[in-house]
Design a protein around this ligand. Structure first.
Ligand SMILES: Cc1ncc(COP(=O)(O)O)c(C=O)c1O
Length: 432
């Protein structure tokens, strides 16, 4: 079975075809994007059919900032596996990892572990609810698949601009209606209103994502949280280690009550962490938070090795330089070929867009043709340590030929004919 056949089979066996929404091939180029890989190293991926690509897409949604199959991390994991990955006792790495994380986040005093970002966010919200004795949560952005978060769409669709349009909260208990209140990043008036009307247990924000925080925004959120008696949770699942060593909140001088890390913290091995003020974290003892695989030894071993590697390089500086180079390339391609491009986001989270009514058709055709040139490329590019300026230049050379075709397609108004596949999907839809 080749990759496309296997994915068609997967859609019969697995609702939605994949476990992570962002890995659905339909979001890039239906029937064309390679769904499965055979091996991955650095920023190179060999797909199931034996074709090798340079990954200029979201690079596993930012989970491997040191590159795929980082040798130092893999060695630490192999050592742990050889010594038994789990048993009836606990891994001592849990304690060393706590020490390392607290050294880097001196405002915090305790940690708890889980294995995915969404789990750790759910844990942080539970701790905040236990600490305050309140139910509601104010938030902006995306924070995982849990009931506490999807409850925002009960009664009205409120997650459209935070996650995806059209998300149904089916399966989330109706009794949670009125417990999750989104506000737009930067909109203090909206946050104030939620605090006055709903007295939430927690405010959950990403410290930064697509824009730098507006002047005074993070300080004001801290003050408002204090006045309202709400626990301030920063979600560092995507921002952590991209803007500075540790949580991005350190760079912006924000002192949260809890911070949540996942993805990059263990470079591709399941691991997530809640770090927090000791008095707030103590509330974990008043509720029940416990899971067998939160005790596995691989996650902490991978995280310790990853943190050590990230201490030795200027990762934020590298991501910034590569991201900026890619943004400049995208704008130059647009100018050279008179194709209306838009390079958005911040350098660690580059967004490649087209200011054109047929944006999704242009994106899909771009993705299809870049695959022919040996690149995984889509609407996002998340740089890693494995990406060099040379990778970006080779991406630019390949994209130059593709943009010439996009120009012709626009002039001849035949983009769809050139595509010969449906355009990429952008929102939540049933895919099986
Ligand atoms: C900011 C943020 N929070 C939470 C999550 C959920 O993490 P996970 O996919 O590991 O459950 C993500 C994932 O993309 C994220 O970007």
């Amino acid at each position: 079975m080749n990759g496309q056949q296997l994915y068609r089979r997967a859609r019969q066996l697995i609702p939605g075809g994949t476990q992570l929404f962002s890995k659905r091939p339909e979001l890039y180029a239906p029937d064309i994007w390679p769904a499965y890989y055979r091996s991955a190293q650095g920023c190179r991926i060999t797909d199931l059919d034996g074709r090798t690509f340079t990954d200029m897409s979201s690079h596993c949604v930012g989970a491997c900032l040191l590159g795929y199959a980082c040798e130092a991390v893999d060695q630490a994991v192999q050592k742990r596996i050889a010594a038994g990955s789990i048993c009836s006792l606990n891994s001592p790495d849990e304690v060393e990892l706590a020490e390392r994380l607290l050294e880097g986040h001196p405002w915090a005093g305790m940690v708890r572990y889980a294995r995915t970002g969404g789990e750790a966010l759910a844990m942080a919200v539970r701790i905040a609810r236990a600490f305050t004795g309140r139910d509601a949560v104010a938030f902006c952005g995306y924070h995982g698949w849990s009931d506490w978060y999807l409850a925002a769409n009960l009664g009205a669709e409120r997650l459209g601009e935070h996650l995806l349009a059209g998300l149904s909260p089916a399966g989330v208990p109706g009794g949670l209606e009125g417990t999750a209140w989104p506000f737009r990043y930067g909109d203090l008036a909206a946050l104030q209103k939620i605090l006055q009307q709903h007295a939430p247990a927690a405010i959950v924000i990403e410290p930064v994502r697509h824009h730098l925080p507006p002047d005074g925004f993070l300080d004001s959120v801290r003050q408002l949280a204090d006045q309202a008696g709400a626990v301030l949770i920063v979600d560092e699942v995507s921002a952590g280690w991209k803007f500075c060593r540790g949580g991005a909140h350190l760079k912006f001088g924000l002192q949260p009550d809890l911070a949540v890390f996942a993805k990059a913290i263990s470079n591709g091995y399941p691991m997530s962490v809640v770090v927090g003020r000791s008095d707030v974290m103590d509330a974990a003892q008043t509720t029940f938070l416990s899971s067998t695989y939160w005790t596995d030894g691989i996650g902490p071993a991978a995280a310790l090795a990853t943190l050590q590697q990230m201490q030795q390089v200027d990762l934020p500086g590298h991501l910034d330089a590569i991201g900026r180079q890619a943004m400049t390339v995208w704008e130059q391609l647009g100018q050279t070929h008179a194709v209306p491009t838009r390079a958005g986001g911040l350098p660690p989270f580059v967004q490649f867009g087209f200011n054109h009514p047929q944006e999704t058709t242009l994106q899909t055709l771009f993705t299809c043709r870049m695959l022919d040139h040996g690149f995984l490329a889509g609407p996002q590019f998340y740089p890693t340590l494995a990406h060099t300026p040379d990778h970006v230049m080779r991406f630019a050379e390949a994209a130059d030929a593709v943009f010439a075709e996009l120009r012709r397609g626009l002039e001849q108004d035949d983009l769809q004919d050139r595509l010969q596949t449906p355009v990429r999907q952008t929102g939540f839809q049933r895919l099986t």
